[in-house]
Design a protein around this ligand. Structure first.
Ligand SMILES: CC(C)(COP(=O)(O)OP(=O)(O)OC[C@H]1O[C@@H](n2cnc3c(N)ncnc32)[C@H](O)[C@@H]1OP(=O)(O)O)[C@@H](O)C(=O)NCCC(=O)NCCS
Length: 171
């Protein structure tokens, strides 16, 4: 259990959450929550966190977190030259993040992103992670992440990163 108010509760996805009602306007993100998220959780591939409106019994939004890596050579030289010459750099991946259409444009996406960064930052004290990375599924999603300072990786402009050093200043 992460954040508690009487009506809204942030927690890990469990079987009692009403997954089937979730609709964010991007079918692949609806289907992920409905069909894949539980399995990926059980298989230690990704943990899904959901914000639940308990009064309406509706999932307002969700995001996933996993351990990941990026190639050192895909970071800008100004950063990579300060790092050890290992080919891979440890990171934390926000694989998916979505807000139900009924709750969009009310600050929920921002709240989910900040919660994901908070957990990534907290866990990086115990298991090192150089940056949080995101896979933006569209130009619109990319614009959303750029608003919060995420920077495109040179190899793949849909993949963006935010250094843990920057995130640390938030918390
Ligand atoms: C993108 C998404 C997560 C935004 O969620 P939201 O709850 O509507 O966003 P918020 O209300 O928290 O907006 C926070 C800020 O981001 C801005 N923003 C929201 N969506 C944006 C977008 N697509 N592009 C640029 N900025 C965006 C808002 O204007 C707001 O800025 P402001 O405070 O200066 O006005 C949501 O629209 C969504 O789930 N879309 C479908 C799935 C998706 O594309 N997910 C992206 C990850 S793959």
């Amino acid at each position: 259990m992460l954040v508690t108010q009487d009506r809204y509760l942030m927690s890990r996805l469990n079987d009692s959450h009403p997954k089937q009602k979730f609709c964010c306007g991007v079918e692949v993100l609806n289907k992920y929550l409905q069909k894949q998220a539980g399995q990926e959780n059980r298989k230690n591939i990704a943990v899904t966190y959901v914000l639940h409106d308990q009064e309406a019994d509706q999932i307002m939004g969700y995001y996933t977190l996993s351990a990941s890596t990026i190639q050192l050579q895909n970071l800008p030289e100004s950063l990579s030259k300060k790092l050890p010459r290992y080919p891979l750099v440890p990171t934390t991946l926000i694989g998916r993040l979505a807000v139900d259409s009924n709750y969009q444009k009310r600050g929920i996406g921002e709240a989910l992103l900040i919660d994901a960064l908070r957990i990534a930052h907290k866990t990086s004290d115990e298991v090192a992670s150089f940056a949080v990375i995101v896979d933006a599924m569209s130009e619109s999603a990319k614009n959303f992440y750029q608003k919060y300072g995420f920077i495109s990786l040179s190899s793949d402009s849909r993949k963006l990163y935010l250094p843990m050093k920057t995130i640390r200043k938030l918390f």
